[in-house]
Design a protein. Structure first.
Length: 200
């Protein structure tokens, strides 16, 4: 596990090919989708969102899956979808806020992907979530308390990710650069035989 934090933006030139699919994990508001899309573009990989894939597989919105079939059925279905996605060519995958907290899904990701936790402090998360139109996971008038509980319960599980990247209120490209730098460093350190340079 590696961590990184930088106050200055250092442009990164991508010169390597990830040996596995890169899976982004973290709470709502941490930037998985926005960062994931730009990360995929920089790496010249496809981008996938597990929430969208789960809805497509179920044929209904995420909230309806849990409402009509139960939370356990939702988690198991999500695990199957993520397992399938990880059999596809390497890509960048943004997961749902609770995906990595479910042990079977966490094990699948650990086995078949390179996991990156986009970590934000509570106040940063809360400010971002308050700006979102869709806050259905947070009961009205209890948003702060619910988010605090989620941070307390989920962060120890997110900490099992391979790479931790602190996120701040900064331009998205700055965060993407730091993610790229840490992925490159991690692969060079732990998978040197798989560190394949891109052709120029």
């Amino acid at each position: 596990m590696t961590q990184g934090k930088s106050a200055q933006h250092q442009p990164v030139t991508v010169s390597f090919m990830p040996p596995k699919t890169i899976v982004l994990v973290g709470l709502m508001g941490c930037g998985k989708t926005s960062i994931g899309k730009r990360l995929a573009k920089r790496l010249e990989l496809e981008f996938h969102d597990s929430d969208i894939a789960v809805e497509a597989a179920a044929g209904c919105p995420l909230n309806d899956i849990a409402k009509f079939f139960g939370d356990e059925a939702f988690k198991n279905g999500e695990c199957r979808v993520i397992s399938r996605l990880l059999t596809e060519p390497h890509h960048v995958l943004a997961t749902g806020g609770t995906s990595f907290t479910y042990q079977p899904t966490r094990e699948v990701i650990k086995e078949g992907a390179l996991s990156v936790w986009l970590k934000a402090d509570f106040e940063t998360l809360y400010a971002r979530v308050k700006r979102r139109a869709d806050r259905s996971q947070l009961p009205k008038d209890q948003e702060r308390e619910t988010l605090e509980k989620m941070v307390a319960e989920h962060y120890p599980l997110y900490a099992e990710a391979d790479i931790h990247v602190d996120t701040f209120d900064e331009p998205t490209n700055c965060t993407v650069d730091r993610v790229l730098t840490q992925i490159s460093d991690y692969v060079q350190k732990y998978f040197p035989e798989q560190y394949v340079l891109k052709s120029v």
